[in-house]
Design a protein around this ligand. Structure first.
Ligand SMILES: Nc1ncnc2c1ncn2[C@@H]1O[C@H](COP(=O)(O)OP(=O)(O)O)[C@@H](O)[C@H]1O
Ligand SMILES: [Mg+2]
Length: 276
């Protein structure tokens, strides 16, 4: 399953991506974690030390290149094999987790004044790394730009992290709509940081009203705050906390979905195995 976490800045994308990776790894699965945020910090949430995280070689956007076929259609192609990408850029974050960090886009390079090349690189990479690991978990950058550019087109499941306040929920709704336009098979909301039943209900009601499916609810957990203060990952700091328990339940739900065939990508598509 290729999973991506999206949502507003500070909503909890990195916490969710990193913790899910740790939980899957604990269950014996091999994970490729991709940090697609231009300000990368997934390494720490995966449990790496700041010193180790500082040693990571960012993957340059130039590993993907845009090539044109005879018909003039553009297509992204990796400039090296999956094995070499993993060999050169992946770091072991854990026994079973390999981490790749996309890094910041190159500045001052002609023609790359925007983030395009970086977006292209992430998008291409997610598509390229299909056969490595049981799950690919990509921590996306905040905002919707990357979705418009199609970074997430090659993702099977988008986890949209929403906090219990209006702007976060509105952003979640727009993200889900875009994700559906991109035909992402599974688009699920993760309710995060609810401090009360009212908070929880606010997210649940908004989602129900707008036809968004909530895959799990992670309450506001002081243990996550303390982990951050101590420079530890929430998983290492408080494996038995309520918040980690809630993310475990999300991992269970993902595992169940991964074991079932995905819903048809579009209404026009052929029914999966339907016979007369
Ligand atoms: N359920 C939670 N309870 C308490 N704090 C949380 C929770 N989820 C995330 N946080 C905290 O919120 C901050 C932002 O989380 P982060 O995962 O970095 O967000 P994002 O990647 O979306 O910017 C961090 O300090 C993190 O520890
Ligand atoms: Mg983040």
């Amino acid at each position: 399953m290729k999973i991506a976490t999206v949502g507003k800045g500070g909503s909890g994308k990195t916490t969710l991506a990193g913790t899910l990776a740790r939980i899957f790894a604990e269950r014996g699965q091999r994970i490729v974690a991709i940090d697609g945020d231009p300000n990368p910090n997934l390494a720490l949430t995966l449990g790496m030390t700041p010193q180790a995280a500082d040693q990571i070689t960012y993957i340059p956007p130039s590993i993907m290149t845009l090539v044109k076929d005879e018909a003039g259609n553009s297509r992204l192609e990796a400039t090296m094999s999956n094995a070499s990408i993993m060999d050169k850029f992946a770091v072991r974050a854990n026994d079973r987790i390999d981490l790749i960090v996309m890094g910041k886009p190159a500045h001052g390079t002609a023609g790359t004044g925007c983030m395009c090349s970086s977006h292209r690189a992430v998008r291409g990479l997610i598509a390229e790394l299909t056969d490595i690991g049981e799950h690919t978990i990509t921590d996306m950058e905040a905002g919707l730009e990357h979705l418009k550019r199609g970074t997430a087109r090659n993702v099977d499941m988008m986890l949209v992290v929403a906090e219990p306040y209006y702007r976060s929920l509105e952003a979640a709704l727009r993200t889900c709509e875009l994700a559906r336009e991109l035909n992402i098979p599974f688009v699920k909301v993760v309710s995060n940081k609810a401090r009360s039943d009212e908070d929880r209900a606010a997210i649940a009601t908004f989602c129900a009203k707008n036809g968004l499916e909530v895959i799990g609810e992670v309450p506001f957990d002081e243990a996550f705050v303390r982990a951050e203060q101590q420079g530890l990952s929430p998983y290492d700091h408080a494996p038995g906390s309520v918040g980690i328990g809630a993310i475990r339940a999300i991992a269970d739900a993902i595992a169940m979905l991964a074991a079932t065939p995905p819903p048809p990508a579009s209404v026009a598509g052929h029914g999966a195995g339907a016979t007369a």
